[in-house]
Design a protein around this ligand. Sequence first.
Ligand SMILES: Cc1ncc(C[n+]2csc(CCOP(=O)(O)OP(=O)(O)O)c2C)c(N)n1
Ligand SMILES: CC(=O)[C@@H](O)[C@H](O)COP(=O)(O)O
Ligand SMILES: [Mg+2]
Length: 646
Amino acid sequence: MPDQTTDRPNTPLLDQINRPADLKTLSDSQLTQLASELRSETISAVSVTGGHLGAGLGVVELTVALHAVFDTPRDKLIWDVSHQCYPHKILTERRDRIRTLRTKGGLSGFTKRSESPYDPFGAAHSSTSISAALGFSVARDLGGVLPEGQGDAIAVIGDGAMSAGMAFEAMNNAGHLDKRLFVILNDNEMSIAPPVGALSSYLSRLYAEEPFQELKAAAKGAVSLLPEPFRQGAKRAKDLLKGIAVGGTLFESFGFSYLGPIDGHDLDQLLPVLRTVKARATGPVLIHVLTKKGKGYAPAEAARDKGHATAKFDVVTGEQKKTPSNAPSYTGVFGDELVKHAARDDKICAVTAAMPDGTGLNLFAERYPSRCFDVGIAEQHGVTFAAALAAGGMKPFCAMYSTFLQRGYDQVVHDVAIQRLPVRFAIDRAGLVGADGATHAGSFDIGFMANLPGMVVMAAADEGELVHMIATAAAHDDGPIAFRYPRGEGEGVEMPDVPQLLEIGKGRMIQTGARVALLSFGTRLGETRKAAEALTARGITPTIADARFAKPLDREMILDLAANHEALITIEEGAVGGFGSHVAQLLADEGVFDAGLKYRSMVLPDIFIDQASPEDMYRVAGMDAAQIEAKVLEVLGVASIGEKRA
Ligand SMILES: Cc1ncc(C[n+]2csc(CCOP(=O)(O)OP(=O)(O)O)c2C)c(N)n1
Ligand SMILES: CC(=O)[C@@H](O)[C@H](O)COP(=O)(O)O
Ligand SMILES: [Mg+2]
């Protein structure tokens, strides 16, 4: 029951836990009680902050069991993606700050080395945990020294994350090195969307073949039944538990001992199994644990995404407190527009890497299921697959978040760009994204796409522009093309009745002024306009242009702006090495600096910016309207308001 005075759950046992070592003093039945309190505390905390709820609720018992059995931080507990780490944070000396999750100055929503010694390896992109656990195991065996010591390495990886190539690369290597390490496969039959692909079917078969109830009944005696040692002997744990032979598992062929499936919500199963493997394992062991995403909170269990991510919510009703939107989201505009194009052109198809809802392709999948491909968490494969779809005469839109496209970069270079294949990259979550912080910021795509020969790179300044760019990309058959747009809602502009086909490499003038030209690439155009208004009030009316293209550049427009203004400032939501760098290169090559142009480039600073609201993050980056105004004043040598007052 919640404590009515504070709106917080009653957690008498949890209140006595300051660190994981305290769990060692609890009996198994107290650990079960602790898990229940930990679940209530997690729900309560996320109701205040919003964030990733379902995954954490699914691993509450697992978190308790792991901390009760292993000795963190000496043992290295590595959470894959780490969106399920909130219960872990509560148990590892961060409960006092748990209601600051994902906010400016607060706890990160992911594990983070700089935050706690209990987070030995940061994550937020998926499928890195087995590689990391293997690295720790090898470092330990080679005598690597850490202040907290080095014990076992344990990776907890979800069924979605397990489908990615990197997880298999790591297992391949781990089986070969034969190091003692533990992989907990947390199988909840969910990714963000229902998982897809052969591995998912394989895992379902694994436990469909096991009469789970029988296994549950046998589990209390599991310790004595476990094979010894795990790595040897023909019989598998599951064979022993059930008394029949069902053949080797995929994981065993990688050199892992396989144990499971076990009920990940039952501490009577988890504790003996973990204690035994800790005592006896010599090589790599995979423990297959079945859990429910959203477990123990009805609204999450009932939700389509099992409470994967939520806004702040009312704990009693589960109702989310979403801020009403004033404009369509960029993602929504992309999803709607692509469906319209697909209706007219049956060659248009779409690829997502496990993010059908996040990229807006869910609508496409509904309407044109045979032309929409969720490839799972497999950005590398997704890009190459799209390249071959293009080579095969289709018109693929490869829709990925900027940050996740990073994982498919060699494929962008090697399979798409070098072969000049017309893949259309819809790059969502471009720029700073807010609560997910630095790991999810789309900071680098302008740089890494625009430096590729033959790649066309566009950025939408608003949702209307996005409509034009989708149409332009659909029509562009001569090589690859990319368009980027941010997370969240658009500017509220009037939507075009008919999409325009943009001339490749041509920008547009927004307003003509004097002395200084502001050349924006992307959605900073809104802040640029605000800055221009403030400057106009001070008697300086800047010229504003929207570049639309970082590659190819609108040379004519840029050189014209340079020739007719005392100063030129470029503004983009990306790191150094992007649009501004290309403009600077052009200006240098054309000798414009020799003629005395004052040039400044406003880019994301050379730091990883921690989570906050996107507005706050852009302020930290020095890129809001007031900071654009200040930059203009500085470059023109005009005293700013602050300086005048001083
Ligand atoms: C490389 C990469 N691609 C996509 C994502 C987005 N993503 C975050 S969690 C998630 C689903 C993970 O599913 P699973 O591993 O089964 O964990 P669960 O949420 O079910 O606990 C996805 C696709 C990501 N974090 N990293
Ligand atoms: C953990 C993860 O990678 C995703 O859940 C991500 O947080 C989704 O971000 P959006 O909310 O922008 O879709
Ligand atoms: Mg899952």
